[in-house]
Design a protein around this ligand. Sequence first.
Ligand code: GLU
Length: 297
Amino acid sequence: MTLNSASHYTGRFAPSPTGALHAGSLVAALASWLDARAHGGQWLVRIEDADSTRCLPGMDQTILRQLAACGLHSDQPPRYQSGCSALYQQALDALIASGHAYPCGCSRRDITLALQHSGQTKVRHSELIYPGTCRAGLRGKPARAWRFRAPDQALLHWQDRRLGAQVQDVSTAVGDFILKRADGCFAYQLAVVVDDADQGITDVVRGEDLADNTARQMLLQRALGVATPRYLHTPLVLGANGEKLSKQNGALALDVGQPLTALNQAAAVLGLTAQHVAADALSHWVAQWKCLYNRAP
Ligand code: GLU
């Protein structure tokens, strides 16, 4: 894999075009933009459309229009994951060659049965924790997917710029996770790590709901021999039911006719004070952001 070895700041906002931006996703967009500007760095937009089954046609353009209405413009033409499959395959091939990835022939039913058999039925975010059935070989089954071999009982420590010290044992918390699915789609974990490395991303600023992916992404970075960015996970916006606002639970699309209202709401979540002029607001917030979040990791 060719790596962009940018040593200065490069940040990104990486929306999936599965729905329009809402009040919650604007927080991550604004925070990543402010952090890039506060460091005098670049801010890139990446459209995460690797999983074509979840994408809605035209939603990339809707998101880009919403960002532009808020004054958030990518410093380079947006990158689309759908155009990067060769790069993901190259990374997967490297992981296979180094023994970090193995083929898996299990269906969901096979996994459920194996877990029931061993008395473990732990489910994580509605995903079954893979019991490692194909770790030692396919035993005649055809390969369906590719998985990452998570190191056994290894505590992975990392420092989040907002959440502080974090730790996870991927082998017990998540298990051997998918890199390429049975339908041929590359998994989010692999695509995001390859893209962050290839784009020379030095700082990932994203919603706190994604914090728990970081340990898996760090394992992949180490296995691929690429740098680990710094991480900052932003507060979530909760809906009326107390759950995280998301496209899945019907969050309203951002009203781009009222960008200042939307920006002020997002800024408040980040602990920034209300501003009265949209163009000015962004530069005021860059100064405030420097005081609030520019701590060393
Ligand atoms: N595409 C992911 C999402 O929309 C974000 C990925 C990331 O920032 O790492 O939830």
